[in-house]
Write a protein that binds this ligand. Structure first.
Ligand code: TYD
Length: 212
């Protein structure tokens, strides 16, 4: 079956996006739907190198604008080389972070103007937005504990920001989701992964009947 659909997963650190992407992918592939799983920053060879510059703690601080432009640079590569070809081939693309991360992190939390972030995106990335965005909400203090994986994982440059920064990220997500309720599925991310996945699938079925 071919039915292209661009679904992005967003949320603060430790919100369980990758687990939810896996569960949704299992559901879709078990129904014969072809999927592509990808992520930002990254998704292409150049994008993965840009990811290291963005997240490596040893590289020191980055100016907010530098951070935004690097996010956009990796997104140009990702959109043109991975996302659009997959959609044109009739696949469902499941993407871990995209434009709304730039709004929440660079726009809200770093304090760049939201209109500027939006208009740069529209100017350089033909304003290409997902069909559906799943926002997994978790209080930042709980998400950061999860992101540390019980102390086994070192936090990267952005994860290491203050709790106040991560609270602004969550506030930013809430604001962008409220602006576009037709694109967003908002789910609380603290429960059992399987239960959360079921809720997401019910919402997706409501919105994308042609796919299910
Ligand atoms: P993340 O999904 O947290 O990676 P992992 O779970 O593997 O550590 O994403 C990396 C970071 O990039 C995260 O802190 C959010 C940040 N980010 C932005 O600040 N702006 C963006 O536009 C994108 C795509 C990500």
């Amino acid at each position: 079956m071919t039915q292209s659909l661009f679904i992005t997963f967003e949320g603060p650190e430790g919100s369980g996006k990758s687990t939810q992407i896996k569960l949704l992918n299992n559901y879709l592939t078990s129904r014969g739907i072809e999927t592509v799983i990808t992520r930002e920053p990254g998704g292409t060879p150049a994008g993965d190198r840009i990811r290291s510059v963005l997240l490596d703690k040893d590289g020191g601080s980055l100016e907010p604008e530098t951070e935004l432009f690097l996010m956009l640079a990796q997104r140009c590569e990702h959109l043109r080389k991975i996302i659009l070809p997959a959609l044109n081939a009739g696949k469902v693309v499941l993407c871990d972070r995209y434009f709304d991360s730039s709004m929440a992190y660079q726009g809200f939390a770093r304090g760049l103007m939201l209109d500027k972030v939006r208009s740069i995106h529209q100017a350089f990335l033909p304003g290409f937005l997902p069909d559906v965005t799943v926002l997994l909400r978790i209080p930042p203090e709980k998400g950061l504990i999860r992101a540390r994986h019980g102390g086994q994982k070192q936090l990267d440059r952005i994860e290491s920001e203050t709790l106040a920064f991560h609270q602004k990220v969550l506030d930013g997500y809430n604001a962008v989701a409220a602006e576009e309720p037709e694109r967003y599925i908002v789910v609380e991310a603290e429960g059992e992964p399987e239960e959360i996945s079921k809720k997401i699938i019910v919402e997706l079925k409501n919105r994308c009947q042609e796919l299910f």
